[in-house]
Design a protein around this ligand. Sequence first.
Ligand SMILES: N[C@@H](CCC(=O)N[C@@H](CS)C(=O)NCC(=O)O)C(=O)O
Length: 207
Amino acid sequence: MLTIYGTKPSRVARCLWALEELGLPYRQLPVPDSKAAEFLALNPMGKVPVLVDGDFILTESVAITAYLATLTPNALLPTDAQSRARMDQWTSWAITEVEFHFTVMVREIRRAGQAGETPDGAIVGACLSGVTDTLGALERHLAAGHAYVAGNAFTLGDINTAFPIAGIAPRIDMTRFPAIADWLARCTARPAWQRVQAIDDSALLAA
Ligand SMILES: N[C@@H](CCC(=O)N[C@@H](CS)C(=O)NCC(=O)O)C(=O)O
């Protein structure tokens, strides 16, 4: 049985999405204190997600999605080298060019919330500009006739990429990026993502 540690409003959702797409049996354990010694033994960085498969412990959400896709036959990994490379290209772009800004923004919003302050507009604005500046690249790629990031089929690359964009899209004028908006709607309408949305985090924490 696979165990995924952590709850949804985090990169854990990326892994849950892959688990649901792949139909793999798993259990999800919340992490009430990510700095507790018990959890640090799994991930010395004290961060989620963590995947445990027997005595194999894996951190880093995109490494986890990639590992999961090796566990069962599926259509999430392109078989030809160039589509696979394209998938990896957009995954790398998502975590370095989009998720970086998203993370800085979320941290500032969280910090401000904990301090009872208004988030620093300069930080939030710089993050939103950073994302807006880079989204043009994906817009051009999709508008050039690619239904999904690696070509014409939904792959792990779409999970890895759509996850941070879905998080930041509500704060961005997506009418500037119609091809991304259309792709994002198709990705997030998938039953697997809908099942992730339906997971009740408070019930997990209360259990
Ligand atoms: N690069 C890691 C980032 C992991 C990460 O930053 N996780 C956040 C939640 S999305 C976390 O656990 N934060 C708690 C903390 O920083 O203390 C990944 O992709 O899994």
